[in-house]
Write a protein that binds this ligand. Structure first.
Ligand SMILES: Nc1ncnc2c1ncn2[C@@H]1O[C@H](COP(=O)(O)OP(=O)(O)O)[C@@H](O)[C@H]1O
Ligand SMILES: [Mg+2]
Length: 142
């Protein structure tokens, strides 16, 4: 499925709409270059999840978690895998979240830690088309 957004706001709306439907623990893998809009997408997810804290890119913390109440989901886990490999991701305890049915996880640069991505994940690839246009290719879990 391909969708084009023409502004940061539209990307947040797309992310919010997708998140509305997610009612169980799963992982969203975001793939795209720097500035593609991965963190912007996560901010849109946070709106639907009613997260009041500002979403900050976990570039240095690697992983941020937030308490949520959304269907049966209790936790939102935001990972940035740009600087890490599979071993260090395991080392920070990320598997506990990725495999937890009550946690919705999103991984920026998830393509860098392929071996740890659960089977039922969503894959969202973002292509930078023009200054404000982004093309989203969404692959639903099988
Ligand atoms: N359609 C769009 N969707 C998302 N971001 C956009 C769009 N158009 C412009 N932008 C801008 O692109 C940048 C995306 O940054 P960010 O979300 O941090 O990217 P990433 O996390 O992929 O590195 C932001 O400055 C945002 O305002
Ligand atoms: Mg980012």
């Amino acid at each position: 499925m391909k969708i084009i957004t023409s502004s940061e706001k539209e990307t947040k709306q797309l992310a919010s709409a997708i998140t509305e439907f997610i009612d169980e623990g799963t992982t969203i893998v975001l793939i795209g270059d720097l500035g593609a809009g991965k963190t912007t997408f996560v901010k849109g997810m946070a709106q639907t999840l009613n997260i009041k804290k500002t979403i900050k890119s976990p570039t240095f913390t690697l992983m941020n978690t937030y308490k949520i109440k959304h269907y049966g989901l209790k936790r939102f886990c935001h990972i940035d895998a740009y600087r890490i490999n599979e071993e260090s991701l395991k080392g920070i305890g990320a598997l506990d979240f990725l495999q937890d049915n009550n946690t919705l996880s999103v991984i920026e640069w998830g393509n860098k830690v392929k071996k740890l991505i659960p089977k039922n994940s969503w894959f969202i690839t973002i292509k930078h088309k023009t200054e404000n246009k982004r093309e989203f290719t969404i692959k639903l879990p099988k």
